[in-house]
Each structure stands twice: as structure tokens, then as C-alpha cells.
Design a protein around this ligand. Structure first.
Ligand code: ZN
Length: 367
């Protein structure tokens, strides 16, 4: 008998919808995988760097506008969407207070300058520690979403056996951040290392972390063997001991800290003339991938206790943390092979992650 189990609709609390045609297509894929909404990252072109459309400067997109575009693309299917404000050199404590008061500002996103796709507008973390922005966020209950990688490192320190950009960030900057702003709600986005997991585990309950499917499934060897560039995302997949720590954190029966955020990122052109765009696309297939990852981590999803652990990670912890409406609709995952297809956007193609990875998907959403 096929294994199947039913879950409530869920929120993808770290995703990239981009803009224009790509936004229309990727929102549809999120609806197809039964998302009730999402936290949609603001590194669009142009970046979401202001609150309202009428605000200055003109060269930023506004939360007001992007939020409306996503809801319209969802055709009424999303219950709620959070658009964080992209922290830039123009972000001020006044903006935070104004946005929080108006109810439009729920979160801000910190990008390490030039640290990933669309991170050109970021300023170093210390800027906001010193200029009152983080204090204003702590005072108004606005969540800080952190891309936790140290910026500007030499390649030797960026990724090595003993240290890497995420480890350095979680060893040097995060402790100061958490200590200096004890009331600030923080999410460590897309965690990839044992150091980051251990750090989040030891913090108070208003500090949490999210984990992508790819970081639960793969290690750096999967990327390097055959140079599977579709697995190239930032932060990079790491070593097996890091993956073990991520798996243990996500699949613990006592998990109160770690939740789903796919970091699904559509790229129509993954390879460039002399580099590679960072980001893996997992629209349509993220719950299936997470289910498979949980089984790889030893969770028995044919058992109610295992299903409860999975639901806690996918559906509950993040929804409660962001105080999002609890969905009433449900969907069913069943143990059958999933047929993964590229996503067409106009005359271009986005390749979802497991294609080309020598990876057979074992769960699908019951039609
Ligand atoms: Zn991201």
C-alpha cells in the first residue's frame, strides 16, 4: 500500500519570485505546491528598498507595490505575503517606525554587500547596528532576516575546511547582534553549517533559522562531482558533518527553532560567460524534496510520529513565528515518483534542481 499523509497548506518563508513574467510563473508553481503564502525576498530588479510607491527615491521598488503584484499573481490563492524591506544605505530608523506603524513592514532583509544574486545594494551589518535601524526594529517588533555570510573575504577564508563565510559570520557577528539587541527578532536564513545550527539552537526563542531542501540533501561533493552547477547556490552546500547537523536540527521531535524556507530562486540563465548565477529552483517540488530529505535523515514518514515532525518543520514553526493565518485547506503527499519538468517562462526555461542530479524523486503531491 502506498504511503500517504495529509498536511495543511504551508508558507514558504524564504523564496524569490523576481519580477514580470518570472513572477507570474513562479507564484503559480508555489500555488501548485500548496503554499498559502510566502516571504518573498526583496532582491528584485530594482530592489524593494522603500515602503510606499510615493516614497523617494524613485529607483527603488516599494513593499506596497511588490506585495500587491504577488497577491494579484496568486489570483486570490495566497492568504498572506510578507515582503521584507531590503536594508540599504538609505534605510533609516524613521522608515522602520513608519512602516511598522502602518502595518506594512513585518521584516527587513540583510544582504552582505555583493554576497549573492542582487546583493549590490547592501551595506555591512555594522552600519545598522550603529545607525539605529536595528534598535528601531527591536522596538517595533520587525523581524531581521539575515543572510549570514561574512562579506569581502579573501578566497582562502571564503571557503576552506576549517572556516568559511557563514562560520565566520556566526562566530563573529551574530553573537554581537544577538547580545546588543536582546529584543530583536532574528531569522538566520538558509543555514548551511553546524556552527550556524549550533548558534541558533542556543539562542532565545525569538531567534530562529530556516533550511532549504538542497542543504538537507546534498554536500559540496555533489556540486563538484561533474560540476553540477544547478546546485550552485549561496551559501554553498557544505560538508557531510554540516548536513548531519542540519538534518538533526530539522528532524528533532523537539524542534522549536528550524522551519522551511526553500530559497527557491529562478534563473533563466544559470551559466554566464565567466561565472554562474547563485540559486536553485525548487518551485512545485519543495514539499516532496523535504519529505525525501527527512527520510534520508531517518524519519519514518509512514508513522504518525514522523509525520508530526515533518508537519512541525514545514507548516507550523514558521507560520506561528510570523503570526500568519493558519490555513484550513490541506494537501496529500504520496509515495510515488514525481515527474519533474522544466518551467517555461516566455521562450526561456528554468531548470528545477534535481534535474541532472542523478536523483529519483520518491514523493509527489497527490493529484
Ligand atoms: Zn534567498
Amino acid at each position: 500500500m502506498a504511503t500517504e499523509f495529509t498536511l495543511p497548506h504551508w508558507y514558504d518563508l524564504h523564496t524569490h519570485f523576481r519580477q514580470d513574467e518570472t513572477l507570474q510563473a513562479t507564484v503559480k508553481d508555489h500555488i501548485h505546491m500548496n503554499c498559502a503564502g510566502a516571504l518573498a525576498m526583496p532582491n528584485t530588479a530594482p530592489p524593494v528598498g522603500k515602503l510606499f510607491e510615493a516614497d523617494k527615491p524613485e529607483n527603488y521598488k516599494s513593499i506596497e507595490q511588490y506585495h500587491a503584484e504577488i497577491l494579484a499573481a496568486s489570483d486570490g490563492r495566497f492568504k498572506e505575503v510578507i515582503v521584507p524591506l531590503y536594508l540599504t544605505k538609505d534605510t533609516s530608523p524613521d522608515m522602520i517606525e513608519k512602516g511598522a506603524r502602518a502595518g506594512i513592514l513585518k521584516a527587513c532583509k540583510y544582504y552582505p554587500p555583493h554576497g549573492t544574486t542582487g546583493a549590490e545594494s547592501g551595506a555591512p551589518l555594522d552600519t545598522y547596528m550603529e545607525n539605529g535601524v536595528f534598535q528601531a526594529m527591536a522596538d517595533t517588533g520587525v523581524t531581521l532576516c539575515v543572510h549570514g555570510e561574512e562579506h569581502g573575504l579573501d578566497p582562502e577564508r571564503y571557503f576552506d575546511r576549517g572556516e568559511n563565510a557563514e562560520m565566520i559570520f556566526y562566530q563573529e557577528r551574530m553573537p554581537r547582534l544577538v547580545d546588543n539587541f536582546p529584543g530583536l527578532r532574528i531569522v538566520g536564513e538558509h543555514l548551511t553549517t553546524k556552527v550556524a545550527v549550533d548558534f541558533i539552537q542556543d539562542t532565545p526563542s525569538h531567534v530562529k533559522g530556516n533550511i532549504t531542501p538542497q542543504h538537507l540533501i546534498y554536500t559540496i561533493g555533489h556540486l563538484l562531482k561533474g560540476l553540477k552547477y544547478h546546485l550552485y547556490c549561496l551559501p554553498l552546500v557544505k560538508y557531510s558533518e554540516d548536513r548531519a547537523a542540519l538534518r538533526k536540527a530539522a528532524t528533532s521531535p523537539n524542534n522549536t527553532k528550524f522551519f522551511a524556507g526553500t530559497d527557491s530562486a529562478p534563473h533563466v540563465q544559470k551559466m554566464t560567460a565567466c561565472g554562474c548565477a547563485a540559486g536553485c529552483y525548487t518551485g512545485r517540488i519543495a514539499p516532496q524534496l523535504y519529505a525525501q530529505a527527512f527520510e534520508m535523515a531517518g524519519v519514518d514518514l509512514s508513522d504518525q510520529a514522523g509525520q508530526a515532525i515533518f508537519k512541525n518543520f514545514l507548516c507550523t514553526i514558521g507560520q506561528e513565528f510570523y503570526d500568519l493565518p493558519e490555513p484550513e485547506e490541506t494537501f496529500t503527499l504520496e509515495k510515488k515518483p514525481e515527474n519533474v519538468q522544466p518551467l517555461k517562462v516566455g521562450d526561456q526555461t528554468i531548470i528545477p534542481l534535481p534535474l541532472g542530479m542523478d536523483f529519483d524523486m520518491t514523493w509527489r503531491i497527490k493529484p
